[in-house]
Design a protein around this ligand. Sequence first.
Ligand code: 13P
Length: 248
Amino acid sequence: MRKKIIAGNWKMNYAVNKADEFVNEIKDRINTNEVDVVLCPNFVSLERISDLIDDSNIKLGAQNVYFEDKGAYTGETSVDMLTSVNVKYCIVGHSERRKYFNETDEMVNKKALKLLEKDVSPIICVGETLEERDAGKHFDIVKEQVEKALQNIDKEKVKSKIVIAYEPIWAIGTGVTATSSQANEMCKYIRDIIAKLYTQNIADLVRIQYGGSVKPSNAKEILEQSDIDGALVGGASLTNDFVAIVNY
Ligand code: 13P
């Protein structure tokens, strides 16, 4: 039985004071053992939020990382810097990073490998555009993203640490949610890819989230699908809606 994992990706929202205020407002209401809850604030708020959630079951996640250990990489953040403030998860390959910052499948793979080296769980984002879906290419696109992201990652790490987030780009921030059957179909397909790369037993242990306009009104239906093990929530994670989603 896979434990659900619900993560809030705050993206570039909330400076430290506001982040602090919001976490204090929702913290006790999302402090549960039923599901794994992860908050992914901006880098500058990580340390503060880490302190605030220290006495709870809520875990800290980052939105990005660099794949080198240290050195002359102006503006970048290493895994050691993340773990120094108790980061346990890190989103990699979000479609916004692929689109605006030219993040490639190869970079996603390098970031995932580096995170795993230091025991941080990568939340690997994959998903197709509307044009790709309309052209019937969505399965091929997602397959390539998953296969490339998992290159050289050993089976122990896959089964214990990897989280995949299926986020169809056309459903992100648009209010258009994939239907629960579209979302489940792709999550199941991703599990089949992992089974082919590793084994069915391993694939059955990997948690696969859905992301894209998840809100209180659709969370329950999505989260009850057979192959959907959680949600990666954007806009709704910035409001009290996140409380309702976690307590779906
Ligand atoms: P929305 O929930 O705002 O559609 O964003 C989804 C997302 O990109 C989470 O990473």
